[in-house]
Design a binder for this molecule. Structure first.
Ligand code: IVH
Length: 686
């Protein structure tokens, strides 16, 4: 808005109002960056919302004060009728794919030959599995955002992009002034934990679940109503540029650094200045990292670092000659459903499971895939005999993505859920508000077996030597019906069982003795209450000092715990108000089970150098994984965050630590290498 054409219908503002609006805009922009990019908020959500509402109120009253980078633009604009399209200044190319070290070496040879030098360094980046976008900034302000489309022309999604908290509406120019015009390219993704929550909510509301995070991100970006996009947990990693006016770049590494300084998230695992031998090592490293990442990657992108080399190499119609994607082995394969079985879970839920013609997916043979429930089978129209696409992501159980309907023969058979429990023959019932069909017999042997298996599993009581087969045997011969029965097992009787001997029996008794002392969070998880996972167990142990307190809590008390869902709160309260379950707990205590809560005990113990400190972990540690380190630190009362900021006390830098090292250096944050970290941890680690 230019001041000399003053629209008559805009009310006049006072200096005080202008100042308040400006201050709120700046403050909210800063908080948004800290929250979304630095992962280090300094105010709570409620205070943020209150300030945002005040700003919306003022800008609605005085529209001339709404600047193009105002954080109020992030809440979504009125719906569009259709998407406009826009041509990309420079085509958005795709990448050639390689699947072996040999193909990468061949690529490297082509580069050497064309450039007539062997002195070539690469930038190596994770290949993010999301949706490519191009964001145009003019005078530092976001003016246009488009999808990749067919590479030449994309759809205009500016309003949707504005709702993504991580994307700057105005480039941060503290370190460097913005060029007149710059097109920033990057990948929009949804992190896996956010994706799971999103899908859970969708299924609860009767909406179709998204097949994978990439589809969820694409669907969220292609919304005519940007308020819907605003409600989706979208993130971005910037990885490149299109056309630029008023700034010169000499290397891909410099581009990434600049994008970081402009306020974009840039992937922390990027490796700069890598020679070809190390390119292959980074690929291996990413593959190892992959299951621990909270977003999906499907390979490695290898880019010649120097721009003058890139220009000399040039590009083909669809892909550049200076970059290549080294893909991970496919995690999606086609196979045949030979049968559909029905399993009965610990809460009685009947789950249809596809029996597959075995297929190797990413190095693991897959022969079963869950079909979730009857509605899912109907929705995907899955039939016995169908050719189907199956995926396996990380350590998640394989699932059927879709039927390859073009390959249907006509002799596939439609599957019907059974009308009685396939294990105990009892009645089954479909719960009103759920897609699940349940066996209503709590004494159903299938349910007992699953409950016991869950109770002794690694994340619950962690009883060594009590595998699936043994649990089945113990339940089948009637030695174990309840949790407490486990602790009443006698070594002599165990030793007489098939496939057991004196040694295994003695070991199991030992393991059960150890398991008698259990932490409250694990115990709550072990009980197998509906909707109550590990995380709920931790939240409850953080709130209640002991089991008695938790058992006495009402559904309302529980619903007040931040992060605990309403369904979980209701399920827990109803579980503990059931006299049978109260007896179950009493029997366990009578059998010698002792439940303690280290979260409360810790506060009384002596201080640890990491207690109360904010710590960032980066790179690869050799003695323990990052997630193990995180668990130990949380147990010591430290806060573990994702990115380095002025509030960070220590950066723990393992092997191949990346950009976080530099940032820690800039901010004067103390950096610990692995041995420094372990010796401060003390005890067995030093
Ligand atoms: S660079 C010409 N870098 O992969 C350079 N792309 O197959 C092409 N992608 O459309 C883009 N991570 O959606 C680049 N670190 C990364 C990437 C990346 C994922 C996607 C992007 C692109 C596709 C090309």
């Amino acid at each position: 808005m230019q001041w000399w054409i003053w629209p008559e219908n805009f009310p006049m503002t006072t200096d005080a109002i202008q100042e308040e609006v400006l201050a709120l805009q700046q403050e909210l922009t800063d908080h948004s960056y800290r929250y979304h990019v630095l992962d280090d908020p300094v105010i709570d959500d409620e205070t943020y919302d209150k300030k945002l509402r005040r700003l919306i109120e003022l800008e609605t009253q005085y529209p001339q004060l709404q600047t193009p980078d105002s954080p109020t633009l992030r809440v979504g604009a009125p719906p569009l009728k259709d998407f406009k399209t826009a041509e990309h200044t420079l085509p958005m190319l795709s990448l050639d794919n390689a699947f072996s070290d040999d193909e990468i070496m061949a690529f490297h040879q082509r580069v050497i030959k064309s450039l007539e030098t062997e002195d070539i360094l690469y930038t190596v980046e994770p290949k993010l599995d999301g949706v490519a976008v191009e964001l145009t900034y003019e005078g530092g302000l976001l003016t246009l955002a488009t999808t990749r489309g067919d590479g030449r022309t994309g759809e205009v999604i500016t309003e949707n992009i504005r709702t993504i908290g991580q994307i700057p509406l105005k480039l941060n120019q503290e370190k460097m002034a913005a060029p007149n015009r710059i097109e920033v390219r990057g990948e929009i993704i949804i992190k896996t934990p956010d994706f799971e929550v999103l899908n859970r909510h969708r299924t609860e509301n009767g909406e179709n679940a998204f097949a994978n995070p990439r589809n969820a991100a694409a669907g969220s970006l292609r919304q005519l109503d940007s308020k819907i996009t605003a409600s989706r947990p979208l993130c971005i990693f910037a990885y490149g540029i299109g056309a630029v006016e008023g700034m010169r770049f000499t290397s891909q590494s410099q581009i990434l650094e600049t994008l970081g300084s402009f306020g974009f998230p840039v992937n922390g695992y990027v490796q700069k200045g890598v020679d070809i031998q190390n390119v292959l090592k980074v690929y291996q490293h990413y593959q190892e990292l992959r299951p621990d990442l909270d977003y999906e990657i499907d390979g490695t992108v290898i880019k010649v670092d120097e721009i003058r080399f890139q220009q000399a190499l040039g590009e083909k119609t669809k892909s550049p000659r200076w970059a290549i994607a080294y893909k991970f082995p496919a995690m999606e394969k086609t196979t045949t459903i030979t049968d559909i079985l029905v399993q009965v879970g610990r809460t009685g839920t009947l789950t249809p499971v596809a029996v597959l013609e075995p297929v190797n997916i990413g190095g693991v043979m897959v022969s079963r895939a869950t079909l979730h429930n009857e509605d899912e089978i109907r929705r995907k129209d899955i039939r016995i005999g169908d050719r189907v696409m199956v995926t396996r992501a990380g350590d998640v159980i394989p699932k059927v993505v879709k039927v390859v309907s073009e390959l249907r023969q006509g002799n596939e058979t439609i599957f019907e859920m059974p009308v009685s429990c396939p294990v105990c023959g009892s009645q089954v019932r479909r719960m009103d508000d759920e897609a699940a069909i349940k066996c209503i017999n709590a004494a159903c042997p299938a349910q007992i077996k699953e409950r016991i298996r869950h109770f002794v599993s690694k994340k619950a009581l962690d009883v060594d030597g009590l595998g699936k087969k043994l649990v089945e045997q113990l339940v089948d011969i009637g030695l174990v019906k309840t949790f407490a029965d486990l602790f009443l097992l006698e070594q002599e009787k165990l030793a007489e069982l098939e496939r057991m001997g004196d040694k295994s029996a003695a070991n199991l008794i030992d393991a059960l003795t150890t398991a008698r002392s259990v932490d409250l969070n694990r115990f709550v998880f072990a009980l197998g209450i509906d909707h109550t996972g590990e995380n709920a167990g931790r939240l409850l142990a953080g709130t209640y000092e002991n089991l008695e307190g938790l058992m006495a809590a009402s559904a309302e008390d529980l619903a007040g715990i931040h992060g605990l869902g309403e369904k979980t709160a209701t399920a827990i309260a109803s579980f503990f108000s059931n006299p049978e379950n109260q007896r179950l707990v009493a029997d366990l205590e009578a059998a010698g089970v002792r439940i303690s809560n280290p979260l409360y005990a810790k506060q009384e113990t002596k201080d640890h150098p990491f207690s109360g400190k904010t710590i960032v972990l980066t790179g690869t540690l050799s003695r323990l994984t990052r997630s193990e380190a995180k668990t130990i630190l949380l147990g010591l009362g430290a806060k573990v965050t994702g990115s380095v900021s002025a509030k960070t006390d220590f950066l723990v830098a393992g092997e191949a630590a990346g950009s976080k090292m530099k940032k820690a250096g800039d901010l004067g944050v103390e950096v610990l290498d692995e041995s420094g970290f372990l010796s401060l941890l003390g005890e067995d680690f030093g």
